[in-house]
Design a protein around this ligand. Sequence first.
Ligand code: IPE
Ligand code: IPE
Ligand code: MG
Length: 233
Amino acid sequence: MDNIPNHVAIILDGNGRWATKRGLKRSMGHKAGFENLVKLSKYIYKKGVKILSVFAFSTENFKRDKEEVDYLMDLLVKKFKELIDNVPEVKIVFSGRKDGLRDDVVNTIKEIEDITKNNDKGLLNICFNYGGKSDIVDATKNIVNDVLEGKININDINENNYINYLYNSIPDIDLLIRTSGEERISNFMLFQSAYAEMYFPSVLFPDFKNKDFDEALTVYSNRNRRFGGNNKK
Ligand code: IPE
Ligand code: IPE
Ligand code: MG
């Protein structure tokens, strides 16, 4: 298929409902979701996508029960290296605030970023303790610092180079998928979703398989992206 999106972002939603439907603890849904992500990410790069961003834990998710939050943190520490084994040539970065995360979580993040830093066959951006508003707020603070230190002139900041101040300088999203039927952004990558094509399949994330991703690509290829210009299709 031509017209493969350069940057796909997925809001991994529905893990809890997947588990509850089966009479399992919500944590088991996160386990199933993680296992699905391991397989699906490999397929997504195989299809030619260069950048994959995933929303794995929002700043707001700290409102959940301690048991569930602890499980998600443990999952990162104990299992995330499986992702590296699965997409060995992909560079993995984490976007989000490190404040408020356990030391072992922060260390694991550093380790994963370090192991994969020279990889160049794709980029996996994991949004963890991430908020779209905090991304923009933190970028703004960094800009103010650079201006005050004379490193940059305020008039040189524009819509294109602003991303250099966002976490990991991640560019615009082409295709944004949110599983589980919810049709909202929930504070995901606000700046980079300015012109993203949105797709909201009802399937819960642990059940979102390769064929569902193919369907998303088909929908995307039939969209008419105008970016404010004339309808050329
Ligand atoms: C998404 O699944 C994963 C995280 C937010 C960590 P949910 O846990 O939000 O699943 P639902 O929405 O309750 O089904
Ligand atoms: C968004 O899902 C965050 C992640 C998928 C990590 P939520 O399940 O937390 O979002 P709301 O609460 O339904 O908006
Ligand atoms: Mg949810």
